[in-house]
Design a protein around this ligand. Structure first.
Ligand SMILES: [Zn+2]
Length: 283
């Protein structure tokens, strides 16, 4: 499932093909994904120019010159493919449509952007530009972890009195937007905090220390996504998935990578999801 760094990588990959470019034709091959597409989506997209491609949490938002914003959510298995891009160095032939190619944006430049989603948990929507805060998927999101509103005092206040485990608190999208299971495991390992600790029982200084660690973990992942982007564009034009080496995620039984630590990575299940942590250096 793509997390924030993967979505940001997709956004950066799409930007040179979409920003400033007009959608010559929007082709819908079905009537919806997780939810039905908005009414007349193809007509509303066709002819519109994408002025800016931005990201909020795990949503890609394209502001159009028609006064509407296109929302793209990759869901569990969504992929974006670029073909025939004449703008970059790499040229990918337009592939024959595949079974799970649900939406194709034919750009005026000749490039094509294809949304492929085998499991169809993804989404596309249109709403009036500027109305982010009223959109059902965006309304309740907390601050962006890489933005200024996410800071030490915000996190300390959000954790105060919380009896939920710190793992759950960091996954709570009201507290911070876009953090998912993988990166929360990585953050807590670097911070030396056991994922089962009650959020409200952790010392304020230690909670404050999570803020720079969250930024560092996400920025490192975005940076490695950026380098993979080049490879993907050279390979087949597909954006969004890249191999990371995680320190604890999916490494049950491996030795803890913390220098000097003799622990072994353990997996537990919290709220139905796997947590990976080191019982020795995460207290
Ligand atoms: Zn350890």
């Amino acid at each position: 499932m793509p997390e924030l760094p993967e979505v940001e990588t997709v956004r950066r990959g799409l930007a040179p093909v979409m920003e400033g470019q007009r959608i010559a034709l929007a082709e819908l091959r079905r009537t919806g994904l997780r939810w039905p597409f908005p009414e007349r989506m193809a007509e509303r997209l066709t002819g519109a120019r994408v002025e800016r491609l931005r990201r909020r949490s795990k949503y890609i938002l394209g502001d159009l010159d028609s006064g509407e914003t296109l929302l793209i959510h990759l869901g569990m298995s969504g992929r974006m493919l670029i073909s025939g891009t004449p703008l970059g160095k790499f040229h990918h032939e337009h592939p024959a449509p595949e079974k799970h190619d649900h939406v194709v944006l034919h750009m005026e430049s000749g490039a094509r952007v294809t949304f492929n989603d085998a499991r169809r948990f993804g989404a596309m929507d249109l709403f009036a530009t500027g109305d982010d805060a009223a959109h059902m998927l965006l309304a309740k999101l907390g601050p962006e972890p890489l933005g200024n509103a996410f800071n030490e005092s915000h996190l300390v206040a959000a954790f105060k009195g919380k009896s939920a485990p710190v793992k759950a608190a960091l996954l709570d999208q009201h507290i911070v937007a876009g953090l998912g299971n993988i990166y929360v495991c990585e953050v807590l390992h670097r911070a030396g905090i056991n994922p089962q600790r009650k959020a409200g029982r952790i010392a304020a200084a230690k909670v404050a220390g999570l803020v720079p660690i969250i930024r560092e973990v996400l920025l490192q992942a975005i940076a490695s996504g950026g380098s993979s982007l080049k490879d993907y564009r050279q390979a087949d034009g597909e954006l969004g998935y890249f191999q990371h080496t995680f320190r604890v995620y999916d490494r049950e039984g491996a030795p803890c990578p913390t220098p000097g630590c003799t622990g072994t990575i353990r997996r537990i299940v919290q709220s139905g999801r796997s947590s990976f942590y080191c019982p020795v250096c995460q207290r």
